[in-house]
Design a protein around this ligand. Structure first.
Ligand SMILES: NC(=O)c1ccc[n+]([C@@H]2O[C@H](COP(=O)([O-])OP(=O)(O)OC[C@H]3O[C@@H](n4cnc5c(N)ncnc54)[C@H](OP(=O)(O)O)[C@@H]3O)[C@@H](O)[C@H]2O)c1
Length: 332
């Protein structure tokens, strides 16, 4: 089968390879993929900026497809089912934080950028019926990350004022739609005016360009402050968030695309009774809850574009440039 792997010997660091279809082990299932979606971690792996990198590994954490074969210990009724995959592997028994053996499908184990993927049967969930395969493939990793960041860490609820930053991102788009579905007043930031305009058209209260140094004044005047800020930009913008967070509000960081801040405005942090929370992915119960929420509210993940699997490298390049608005999806 054809697979897109992380490789060492080529300057591009990713290459299509012909590899064997995995032999189905006892507790595992073989999925014929219909669609897979990129996450920024795939591009971080390509840039050598992800921990524990291994070469000759098939990238890709997100996928949707049909169960083709099952191992001896797996109920045969799975065969032919349309499924999505929980990319968490070995979260462990503590719902608060992942175990030391935790990892994510697609590095260091083979992922979804291939015609077939093999996973444990307990990683399967039924594909939401209101979603196409491409939309369903866009859901798992971004949906899970956004769900935990918003609801478990950000305590977002009906009527909350929420700021979702960098709205072009795949997780940010999911956070936007999940927060809207929960009844929150959602504001956004972006470095791109077209993305701001589109988000406002889709129901954002207002949007601000984080490259404009006065954005916090406008945002504070419009919103009267935010109860939760959901961010993956990191960097010095964290100090700007402290200017617009409400007393007792929560800044939730799930990424650090712009690195770490040079300074932290500790005075504003303690005086506002605010808190900064880290959030990564989510536990298996949150994955189940996220799918339930998506089904109940008929949430549709934002798909920037869908392209054939053999054009995957161009999707990586787009992700590196940050030009996308939502998820970059590959179809098989
Ligand atoms: N901890 C976790 O579990 C987890 C899970 C998923 C992702 N992440 C991390 O979260 C980040 C986003 O991931 P993704 O998959 O959603 O990637 P993505 O789709 O490539 O999102 C990138 C977006 O980040 C925004 N951005 C860039 N610089 C920014 C800044 N200084 N401030 C605010 N936003 C900025 C841009 O939005 P605009 O174009 O709108 O400006 C860009 O479109 C990555 O760093 C990734 O590693 C972490």
């Amino acid at each position: 089968m054809k697979a897109l792997q992380l490789v060492d010997e080529e300057s591009d660091k990713i290459a299509f390879r012909e590899i064997d279809i995995p032999k189905t082990e006892r507790t595992k299932v073989l999925i014929k993929l219909k669609a897979a979606a990129l996450n920024h971690r795939d591009q971080w792996c390509r840039q050598g900026m992800y921990p524990g990198l291994k070469y000759e590994v098939t990238l890709g954490s997100d996928g949707a497809g049909v169960v083709e074969k099952v191992g001896d210990d797996v109920n045969q009724s799975w065969i032919g089912k349309e499924v999505i995959l929980n990319p968490n592997i070995d979260w462990g028994s503590n719902p608060v934080a992942q175990s030391n053996s935790y990892h994510i499908l697609g590095m260091p184990t083979n992922g979804t950028f291939a015609e077939y993927v093999m996973v444990d049967v307990d990683r399967l969930a039924a594909k939401p019926e209101h979603l196409s395969f491409s939309e369903a493939a866009a859901l798992p990793l971004a949906g899970l990350t956004a769900y935990r960041a918003l609801f478990t860490k950000g305590l977002v609820k009906d009527g909350s004022n929420v700021l979702v930053t960098g709205i072009g991102g795949g997780v940010a788009q999911m956070a936007f739609f999940l927060a809207k579905a929960a009844g929150a007043n959602v504001y956004i930031t972006s470095g791109n005016q077209d993305k701001i305009d589109l988000a406002v058209k889709n129901g954002a209260q207002a949007g601000y360009n984080y490259k404009d140094e006065n954005w916090t004044k406008t945002a504070k005047a419009d919103s009267k402050g935010f109860d939760a800020i959901i961010d993956s930009g990191g960097g010095d913008l964290i100090n700007q968030y402290l200017k617009v967070i409400n007393p007792g509000g929560r800044i939730v960081c799930y990424g650090s695309t712009s690195g770490t801040p040079k300074n932290l405005d500790v005075f504003r942090l303690f005086w506002s009774q605010a808190s900064i929370h880290g959030s990564t992915m989510g536990n298996d119960q949150e994955f189940v809850d996220m799918i339930g929420f998506v089904n109940e509210h008929k949430v549709i993940p934002a798909v920037d574009s869908v392209r054939p699997f053999d054009q995957a490298v161009s999707a990586f390049d787009e992700m590196k440039a940050g030009s996308q608005n939502g998820k970059l999806v590959l179809e098989f």
